[in-house]
Design a protein. Structure first.
Length: 346
């Protein structure tokens, strides 16, 4: 493959993968604003999450059936992946996060949950027994610093040991989410995985609610989004379609394109997008420190992505060199004609 083609492919891959990932983070970021507008009218977090997952699962059922095209064996072959994705990556992550919020401030709980990218780097380090490259380590530190600034953790912060454990559990679930969604699986389309996982997550949330482990309180009062007063279902529809259907489907596509490590770091931009949406829809204007934190997050993502591309390029060059050697394993210097030396007679 020629150098120009390699550069073109790299640029195309970069644009498609990062573009989808950023879109996923942007729509994921709307969930806080839509959910808060509902919570302020009396909705409990558990009820909002249950409605969110149930509505999204019902919307995706028909498209998922169309994508399957009668290949029901794909569900049978991948039932464990779908179950783990819904149980851990969807329901578990949100349930643990809400338990953390009950004992900690929202900022601390979010920061604990978004330790997931650092956990992924550490896990890959342990599994491969190779230290992360300098750019990846720098990107991790830069993104964490940006998160601290975006969350604006100032003043007295309440710290509860049990709450910290819940937050760490949410981070572990987020790690598993990225590993599941990043796994190459040609027999399980992203739409089917998202639909099945959301359905499992919805069933788990309703079960937890019925068991009394999570309060389920609903409200039909009007909600407020920016300067508009809207019916409650406007926020619910936004939470279901934008923050869930589009977010999960695009998130799975992005993770499969970028891999678990890079996708997890790009997902950190969700915090920045959440701040922007809160400013537009709830009137919560971000401060200069938060904007600086957003720039640090983006900088960290860029460093990790550049490091990943460099690693891929080095691996491709190594593979090309190995292929060239294998194509000519017995090449020797040719023997000049007319200079053949005969063995002496005895």
């Amino acid at each position: 493959m020629s150098a120009p083609t390699t550069k073109a492919d790299a640029k195309s891959f970069l644009a498609s993968g990062l573009g989808i990932a950023l879109f996923s983070s942007a729509v994921f970021g709307t969930s806080g604003s839509f959910a808060k507008s509902m919570l302020e009218t009396g909705w409990s977090p558990g009820a909002a999450v249950a409605v969110r997952l149930t509505g999204a699962a019902l919307i995706l059922v028909i498209p998922a059936v169309v994508v399957l095209r009668g290949r029901w064996h794909q569900l049978k072959d991948n039932w464990l992946t779908i179950l783990l994705f819904g149980l851990i990556g969807v329901a578990g992550c949100q349930l643990f996060y809400f338990n953390a919020v009950a004992r900690l401030s929202v900022g601390v709980a979010l920061l604990l949950e978004y330790l997931a990218p650092v956990m992924i780097v550490l896990w890959l380090w342990i599994a491969s027994r190779r230290r992360p490259r300098a750019l990846t380590a720098s990107g991790a530190l830069l993104s964490l610093g940006g998160l601290v600034l975006v969350l604006d953790l100032t003043g007295a912060v309440k710290v509860d040991f049990i709450g910290v454990l819940w937050g760490m559990a949410a981070a572990v679930c987020l790690v598993i989410y990225f590993f599941i969604t990043a796994k190459e699986n040609d027999s399980l389309p992203p739409l089917v995985l998202a639909s099945g996982g959301l359905l499992v997550g919805a069933l788990v949330m309703w079960l937890v609610g019925l068991l009394g482990l999570l309060p389920m309180t609903f409200s039909v009062e009007d909600t407020t989004l920016g300067p508009w007063t809207t019916p409650w279902w406007v926020s619910a529809v936004g939470l279901i379609i934008l923050a869930t259907v589009l977010a999960y489907v695009s998130g799975i596509m992005a993770a499969r394109s970028l891999g678990s490590k890079v996708a997890s770091f790009v997902s950190l931009t969700e915090v920045l997008f959440a701040v922007i949406w809160a400013w537009l829809l709830l009137g919560e204007l971000p401060g200069p420190i938060q904007l600086l934190g957003g720039l640090l997050i983006v900088g960290g993502v860029v460093l990790v992505r550049v490091d990943e591309l460099r690693g891929d390029r080095r691996a491709a060059v190594t593979a090309q060199e190995a292929a060239r050697v294998l194509d000519h394993p017995n090449d020797v210097e040719p023997v000049p004609s007319g200079h053949v030396t005969k063995a002496p007679r005895s």
